[in-house]
Ligand binder design. Structure first.
Ligand SMILES: NC(=O)c1ccc[n+]([C@@H]2O[C@H](COP(=O)([O-])OP(=O)(O)OC[C@H]3O[C@@H](n4cnc5c(N)ncnc54)[C@H](O)[C@@H]3O)[C@@H](O)[C@H]2O)c1
Length: 273
């Protein structure tokens, strides 16, 4: 029996006194994560290009008696990311948790019909954005003993129709997660990823842009695909946020480099059309 002290369960899950930066926190999974981390006791910095949504997320936290601020930031822009991390640290006195959640789908297309701008944009937000945020956050995370949680996707683990750039970018996030875990474990930072399956969000405002009919058809396709999976439905955003909060907390203290599917079982079966 080793002499390793067990943390008290309640204290392990608490994020009291911790500071978290959540990218893409203006809506969807990001907003749910902002709220989940705040309820666990963290002070939260919401970073997003969507100003109205970000202010609303921070306001929701304050309405619950928590602490949050919004900072406008395009995660694909190195200067903006550096400035945002510096402002978060200056405002909160440090940084303990980074959730790399900002992401875009890039729409549906076969690779030979995909325009170069879309490929570059999806890579810039999903993969370069995760790199940039980690790059500027890591010095602070190392100083405090921190955690990074990357929001990848089941599409980074298996091929999916019509999503070449998205699948490649999320596959890159999965690989980056494992690589960072190797370099930063002994430097005091754990790095894990969640791979959500179908989650009921308006990813990238994409469905809103389709108009009512296209939106209904897209929703019907997602629901039909989700219905064929073991749990037979899409996830609620809170079901992803709870796992992110777990990976950000000391409750997951022996996990690093883990790629955690939160997908209703879809990657366990061939039957996920
Ligand atoms: N919804 C799903 O089914 C699903 C499944 C697997 C993974 N994901 C991933 O979950 C994450 C969150 O997606 P969501 O479903 O909540 O969608 P969403 O569109 O509601 O949230 C994405 C957020 O990222 C922000 N964002 C986009 N580009 C940005 C940029 N350049 N800089 C900063 N912020 C930016 C958006 O403004 C938005 O607030 C994404 O990384 C997505 O790839 C979603």
């Amino acid at each position: 029996m080793t002499d390793q002290r067990r943390a008290a369960p309640a204290a392990a899950a608490s994020l009291e006194g911790r500071v978290a930066l959540v990218t893409g926190g203006s809506s969807g999974i990001g907003r749910a994560t902002v709220l989940e981390l705040a309820v666990a006791g963290a002070r939260v910095v919401v970073a997003d290009t969507n100003v109205a949504g970000g202010e609303e997320s921070a306001g929701l936290v304050r309405g619950l008696g928590g602490e949050a601020i919004f900072l406008e930031c395009d995660v694909a822009d190195a200067t903006q990311v550096r400035t945002t991390v510096e402002a978060a640290v200056a405002h909160c006195g440090g940084l303990d948790i980074l959730v790399n959640n900002a992401g875009i789908s890039g729409g549906a297309s076969l690779l030979h019909e995909l325009d170069l701008e879309t490929w570059d944009q999806v890579m810039a937000v999903n993969l370069r954005g995760s790199f940039l945020c980690a790059k500027y956050a890591l010095p602070h995370l190392m100083a405090q003993g921190g955690a990074i949680v990357n929001v990848a996707s089941t599409y980074g683990l298996v091929g999916a129709p019509g999503a070449p750039a998205y699948c490649a970018s999320k596959g890159g996030v999965v690989a980056l997660t494992r690589q960072l875990a190797v370099d930063y474990g002994l430097r005091g930072v754990r790095v894990n990823a969640v791979c959500p399956g179908y989650v009921d969000t308006d990813m990238g405002g994409g469905r809103a842009r389709l108009g009512p009919e296209g939106q209904a058809a897209a929703n019907a396709r997602r629901e039909a695909a989700a219905a064929r999976q073991p749990l037979g439905r899409q996830a609620h955003v809170d079901e992803i946020a709870r796992v992110i909060a777990f990976l950000a907390s000391a409750a997951s203290s022996f996990m690093t480099g883990s790629i955690v599917t939160v997908d209703g079982g879809c990657t366990t079966t061939f039957n996920h059309g």
